[in-house]
Design a protein around this ligand. Structure first.
Ligand code: HEM
Ligand SMILES: CC(C)=CCC/C(C)=C/CC/C(C)=C/COP(=O)(O)OP(=O)(O)O
Length: 301
């Protein structure tokens, strides 16, 4: 009796561990933030006519395609990931998930996501999903070991899901949609340059040509963080001149304050180039996006 309870308990634990490994393969925190920004874009595109059914299909489809891309990225990088302490315990390098299983999961999630986007959302959103997948998996991933330009390509891939939230509603891409994508694109420079500094030794050990590897002084990474954060301010303020139902002044003040904090922390990082200022910048970057979008929603809805 007690043996069978123990057997059930241990197989439940093994199943839970397996599911946790599958989840880890999808980079769930990045996918979650992408889905938050895509949802906000859908609300902004169709503030009073949002079809919840389409939104849910769009989020499921985008989430599956993004998950597939992350699985494919981790499959491709399994040997390099084994060389970095940050990634060595991922399911593939640690040997908890077999290579063939990961490939199958990536294919299945890509097909399921594309099917949802094509048949339940619309073709433009599906095409954007596929473009983002191709850029992330087939261009960004191999470019990581070749050129620091990889970050710019990764930033384009990372900015596409916000457009997918917009196009899912059937609203044509206009100034506000491109502004959202522009903010997400530029935001990734301070976000990633901080990370590239914190993990510079990992990246060097794995043979990744990140900016902090080709320029270990951190001057170029600092400059790119500052340039990205500086360009973010005017771009993020564009919605203040687009007519909305709420107060443009409130939006302007809030977004300017957020932009100034991110720029200030980027400048601090560029000057000191130490782990503490990089960690501050990384944390601020993760707070920036939801805080900015929340205010944009408040003044629009
Ligand atoms: C060039 C583009 C990007 C690169 C190279 C990049 C890279 C990374 C890396 C390596 C981490 C792990 C940091 C750590 O373990 O301390 C991270 C964290 C994170 N990133 Fe990015 N990222 C990029 C764009 C994005 C985008 C577009 C989003 C979502 C909108 C995003 C959301 C997040 C979140 C939520 C975290 C914290 C949670 C976690 O560590 O998984 N990133 N990023
Ligand atoms: C719809 C769709 C396909 C969306 C894709 C969105 C997406 C996953 C963007 C990724 C952004 C990015 C470059 C992350 C870092 O990967 P990394 O390989 O540098 O991170 P790692 O070192 O932690 O593996």
């Amino acid at each position: 009796m007690s043996t069978s309870i123990l057997t059930v308990e241990s197989s439940t634990k093994a199943l839970a561990a397996r599911l946790a490994d599958y989840l880890e393969l999808t980079k769930p925190r990045i996918v979650l933030l992408e889905l938050i920004v895509a949802s906000a874009a859908a609300c902004l595109a169709a503030p009073h006519t949002l079809d919840m059914r389409v939104l849910l299909f769009a989020l499921a489809g985008t989430g599956l395609v993004a998950a597939s891309a992350s699985i494919a990225n981790q499959w491709w990088e399994r040997a390099n990931d084994a060389r970095m302490p940050r990634t060595a315990d991922r399911p593939l390098p640690a040997g908890r998930i077999a290579s063939g299983e990961a490939v199958m999961l990536s294919v299945l999630t890509l097909l399921a996501g594309m099917a949802l986007l094509i048949w339940q959302v619309n073709m433009l959103t599906a095409v954007l999903g596929l473009v983002s997948w191709i850029l992330y998996v087939l261009v960004y991933t191999p470019l990581k070991t070749r050129s620091p330009l990889n970050t710019t390509v990764g930033a384009v891939a990372g900015a596409i899901p916000i457009l997918m939230g917009w196009t899912a509603t059937g609203t044509p891409l206009g100034l506000t949609a491109w502004t959202l994508a522009g903010v997400l694109f530029l935001w990734q420079f301070p976000h990633f340059m901080a990370i590239a500094w914190i993990y510079r030794e990992d990246y060097a050990a794995a043979g990744h040509r990140m900016l902090t590897v080709v320029d270990p002084t951190g001057m170029r990474a600092g400059a790119q963080a500052v340039l990205g954060a500086a360009a973010l301010i005017p771009v993020s303020l564009i919605p203040a001149v687009v007519p909305t139902s709420g107060s443009p002044l409130l939006y302007l003040t809030w977004t300017l304050a957020l932009g100034a904090i991110l720029l200030g922390l980027s400048i601090r990082f560029a000057i000191f180039r130490d782990n503490q200022s990089a960690r501050f910048l990384l944390r601020a970057s993760l707070i920036y996006l939801p805080s900015w979008l929340a205010m944009l929603l408040v003044v629009t809805l």
